[in-house]
Structure formats: C-alpha cells, structure tokens
Design a protein around this ligand. Structure first.
Ligand code: MN
Length: 318
C-alpha cells in the first residue's frame, strides 16, 4: 500500500496537505516542486501507487496522467481551484474543485474538514493573496491583530518560497518546508519555533528591496509590465511583488517578466484585484501559459514574443 501526496510547492499546496494530514495522518510519498512545476501527476507510478491525494494543481494540465491512474483503480482525491477542463467520471476519483476567484485549495480542504485546522487554511488564503477571504475566515478564530498579521506574513513567505525556475533558486525545497510545518497544529507556534520563518523573512525583505528598484517597462492606470534581470532574486520575488503591487493598485493589471537563460521570459500575470478575471485567458494564448482567472503565468515566453505579449496584455486589461 503506497499513498502519494501530490501538491503544489506554494503556501496553498503545503497548507492544504498539512490540514489533511493533521486530520488524517498517513505515511505517504511526497511529490512536489517549484510552484511553476504543475505537471506532477505523471510522477505517480501507476504500478506501485494504491492511492493518491492531489492538491492545488490544474486537472486540465494533469488529465493525461490522471486518467490511467483512475482507470487502473487507484483511488484519487483531488482538491483544487484551477481550471479543470472536463472532470473525468470515475468511481475512483473524488474531486473537490471550485474555481471561484475568492477561494483556494486550502479553503476547499477546510470546508471538507469542517474547519478542523482553519488557521492553516487562512495561511493558505493569505499565501494565494486572497486577503478578504482570509480575513473573513479568520473571524471564526479569536486572533489578535498582531497574530493575524503574523499569519498573513507566514502565508506570504510560504508562497514566496515556491517561486523560482528550479529548486536551486528556493530557500527550501517545498517538500522540506512541508516536513517542517508538519508537527505544528498552530501556525503561530511554527513561526516562533522553527527558524524557517526568519530565514524566509530575511530573504524576502532583501529580494523585495531589489524588486522595488526595478523600473516598469510600461505603466499606466490599467496596466503595468516589469522586466526583471536573469537573477535568482527576480525569479523568487516577482510573484509576491506582483501581489504587493496589486494590493497598492487594485484597478491595475500587472505582468512580471523574469529573464531566463536563452532569450526568453518567465511571466507572472495578475488581473486587477478589483476585477479578478482574464489572467488565465491571456496566458493560455501562449504555448506554455496557464493558471487561474486572477493569477496566471507563462513558463517560457520567447524574447521575440515580447511585443505580442504586451499587446495581448493591453488588449486584455487596457
Ligand atoms: Mn492555490
């Protein structure tokens, strides 16, 4: 009997799995990666797996790997909020999918567990930049403003840790970060007792400082595009910096381009917070694009497509 826990390497993926395993401890093999690495289901070996839990990665991007698993009778629980495409009909697939722009996998799992580990669901929602949803969910807990703000920072930092083009860019491989949070029922105890929080906070502050010194390629009231140099700081911080800019400019859409080796860009797109729609539609116009209505990305935009991208971006949000 081998169970596989397959999860996105960001705050939402880690906190969603953490809630489930606090409620139902289980020996499992972990499959995860950098936040962008979402083709994870294909790593589940059909010949040894007896069951799998899949969290916070698009079913649409994993359907080809999922089908043979459920067809072979492997029990799959799937929790997600990304575009799923057609959900396969199978008695072996238990799918909990909600693409509402104000929910995330951590909140979907929270509902499934009747709020058993709500503080971690709130951490997940903050990580996915769902500040209103997080604060609303948090009213059920009696947290002080200071505690809530620490949990918000934890969500931001766990999310920040997931960004990069490879594990080498990251402060912690996401599987290790999950192992570190695993003993903690209370995120505040994790913050105080594990040095990961400190380490991530120091890295985050330094990367954000660098990001704020980068001038936009174009910026007006409705759109802003930033191009970052080929540097690990940029790959780590572009997504969270985009979240930060979005909070400050709620009517503006943001695109963050990180220069990759070999003439291309890694792209993060945020729809305007005031109208969280269209980011996935824009990114899916490009071969390696995907994501959610509010937040999406392109894994590799060839340098020659930069104008095509800025035109499409302005057409979508301008
Ligand atoms: Mn998510």
């Amino acid at each position: 009997m081998t169970h596989y826990d397959v999860f996105n390497g960001d705050a939402d993926g880690i906190c969603a799995l953490h809630q489930l395993r606090l409620a139902e401890p289980k020996d499992s093999v972990l499959i995860t990666g950098v936040k962008r690495d979402i083709a994870l289901v294909k790593q589940v070996p059909g010949d040894t797996a007896t069951s799998a839990t899949i969290l916070d990665i698009s079913m649409d991007k994993n359907r080809d790997a999922l089908l043979p698993l459920v067809n072979a009778g492997i029990k799959v629980s799937y929790f997600d909020h990304h575009f799923p495409g057609d959900i396969p009909e199978s008695e072996h697939l238990d799918a909990h999918i909600d693409t509402d722009a104000n929910t995330c996998t951590g909140l979907i799992v929270n509902e499934h567990l009747n709020g058993a580990h709500l503080a971690w669901a709130i951490t997940a929602a903050f990580g996915d930049n769902l500040l209103d949803s997080a604060r609303q969910a948090a009213t059920a807990l009696n947290l002080s403003d200071a505690e809530l703000s620490q949990i918000q920072t934890l969500g931001t930092l766990l999310n920040y840790n997931g960004y990069g083009s490879s594990l080498e860019d990251l402060f912690f491989p996401p599987a290790e970060l999950y192992q570190r949070v695993k003993p903690y029922k209370d995120p505040l105890a994790f913050i105080n007792e594990d040095d990961a929080y400190q380490k991530l906070e120091t890295g985050y502050n330094s990367d954000m400082e660098n990001a704020k010194n980068t001038k936009p390629l174009l910026a007006d009231e409705s759109t802003a595009v930033f191009v970052f140099p080929e540097d690990a700081f940029a790959r780590r911080v572009s997504g969270v910096y985009a979240n930060d800019l979005a909070q400050q400019n709620p009517n503006r859409a943001h695109a963050m381009l990180s220069t990759l080796p070999g003439e291309g860009y890694l792209v993060s797109v945020r729809a305007p917070l005031a109208n969280k729609t269209g980011a996935d539609e824009l990114c899916r116009q490009f071969e390696t694009g995907g994501g959610r209505k509010a937040a999406a990305g392109i894994n590799f935009l060839p340098a020659s497509d930069l104008d095509k991208f800025t035109d499409a971006f302005k057409a979508q949000f301008g």
